[in-house]
Design a protein around this ligand. Structure first.
Ligand SMILES: Cc1ncc(COP(=O)(O)O)c(C=O)c1O
Length: 449
């Protein structure tokens, strides 16, 4: 039998973490995955990255991909199109916020974000507003590992050692309890940046409407969104949402944009569109963005080999059908708050747990030093890593991070089950997670004494 986990000195893969043992996952069914030793894990992270939104082993999605591959597997998108691509674009426009009329396909999240960034810049250039290129964004974010998307966050921990390659964008702090939860401080920071850069030079405000891994399930307060909308109106920059995680249902809406008091000009989405069965993303824009090109050069200079390929689009189409047929988005809208409450109740007596946030099936748990209930946990304790490893021991996959060195967030865990998780499985996930956190908290409290 092959080893059930792989160390960096036993593989030809270049792993992301060289001192981590990688469990070898050999099969998946529903919300369960199994390693090569036969150990089963409850997948509370939708494939580990929030992509496998509909669970593993879905024969209907596999059949959709197979049927399309038999009919036509691949044609390029620059001079040719195909029915799956045309239909998927129409379906996405249907479920996107009002006024959005055009879709450009990509193969993933970072690519969608870069395409959105280029679309915004080109929109201004098409209109003769060529000075606009600066981007303002929340510092505590993740938009992908490419140079352009790394530059969009304000996290030195992520940007190191690529500084010389990264454009200088501008960042504002989150409106969390650590800073100013009213949103006033973030708006003041936004105004300061606008003044320093000159609002006439700003292309876009770029953000996750509800944050994923960087600050799980955080979203600014209404005051901030309204203030942002006023500033867009006044200064003419565009608002871009990274809905790579939140798009396609995750928060109990087709897009998180739906429930915010501000409509974005461009949405970038990915993960849930392929549900882990295809590498596909999309950039969706308001008609006025498209019209700038229609009234201008008639060209969008952005395209990759796999954009809008028939097989990936056939998967996207079936994903949308499943979301509709099984009423999954409505279920998450109703079930999400209960799940958040269950998680909060299960962790209520753990002093290390400061906050449990949730929007639909995107939930986050924030940890603090139990000695004062507010400081970051000492980084050398490696709390995030302990949580994930302990969870694996009890047969649960979650995803924790420790971005302490960036100054905006400490140890935290993302909990994002597949939309298809049954009530019983959700309860099991919560139980296993509570067991994990109790075990970790006990050892940490002992070490802090
Ligand atoms: C919010 C967000 N944006 C962008 C990305 C990058 O997506 P990808 O890894 O598909 O390039 C991620 C990936 O986790 C993400 O969580």
């Amino acid at each position: 039998m092959p080893d059930s986990s792989v160390a960096s000195d036993r593989t030809r893969v270049f792993p992301l973490e060289l001192d981590r043992l990688y469990p070898v996952v050999v099969r998946g069914e529903g919300v369960w995955v199994e390693d090569s030793a036969g150990k089963r894990y409850l997948d509370a992270m939708s494939g580990g990255s929030m992509a496998a939104t509909l669970g593993h082993g879905r024969r209907d999605i596999i059949a959709a991909a197979r049927d399309q591959a038999l009919q036509l597997s691949y044609v390029h998108n620059e001079r040719l199109t195909n029915p799956a691509r045309e239909r998927l674009a129409a379906e996405l426009v249907e479920v996107a916020p009002p006024g959005m009329t055009r879709v450009r396909f990509t193969t993933g999240g970072a690519e969608s974000n870069e395409a959105a960034l280029q679309m915004a810049r080109s929109y201004h250039v098409e209109r003769g507003d060529t000075k606009r290129w600066h981007v303002i964004s929340p510092a505590q974010a993740y938009h992908g590992p490419t140079m352009a998307t790394l530059a969009l966050t304000g996290r030195p921990g992520l940007q190191r050692p690529f500084g010389p390659y990264l454009s200088t964008h501008h960042h504002i702090p989150p409106s969390t309890w650590r800073f100013d939860s009213t949103g006033k401080a973030a708006l003041a920071a936004l105004d300061k940046v606008l003044e320093e850069v000159g609002p006439e030079n700003v292309s876009a405000y770029f953000c996750e409407p509800i944050t994923a891994a960087a600050l799980p399930a955080y979203s600014p307060p209404e005051l901030f969104w309204k203030g942002l909308a006023e500033r867009r109106e006044q200064h003419g920059f565009l608002i871009l949402y990274d809905e790579v995680v939140t798009g396609m249902g995750r928060t109990g809406h087709w897009f998180a944009a739906e429930k915010l008091p501000l409509a974005p000009d461009i949405i970038a989405t990915a993960k849930g569109l392929g549900a882990g069965y295809a590498a596909i993303g999309g950039v969706i824009c308001q008609d006025r963005v498209y019209q700038a090109f229609a009234n201008g050069s008639h060209k969008l200079t952005h395209g990759h080999t796999w954009d809008g390929a028939p097989v990936t689009c056939a998967v996207g189409l079936r994903v949308i059908e499943v979301l509709r047929e099984e009423g999954l988005i409505d279920r998450m809208r109703v079930k999400g708050p209960h799940l958040r409450d269950e998680l909060a109740a299960a962790l209520a007596d753990v002093p290390m747990v400061r906050e449990v946030r949730g929007h639909g099936f995107l939930l986050g748990v924030e940890y603090v030093d139990p000695r004062d209930g507010r400081s970051f946990l000492p980084p050398e304790l490696g709390t995030a890593r302990r949580v994930d490893l302990t969870a694996m021991d009890v047969g649960l996959i979650v995803y924790s991070t420790m971005p302490t060195r960036d100054g905006y967030a400490g140890d935290q865990t993302l909990f994002a089950p597949p939309f298809t998780t049954t009530d019983t499985e959700l309860t099991q996930m919560v139980e296993r997670f509570a067991e994990t956190i109790r075990t970790v908290a006990k050892s940490i409290e002992a070490e802090l004494k």
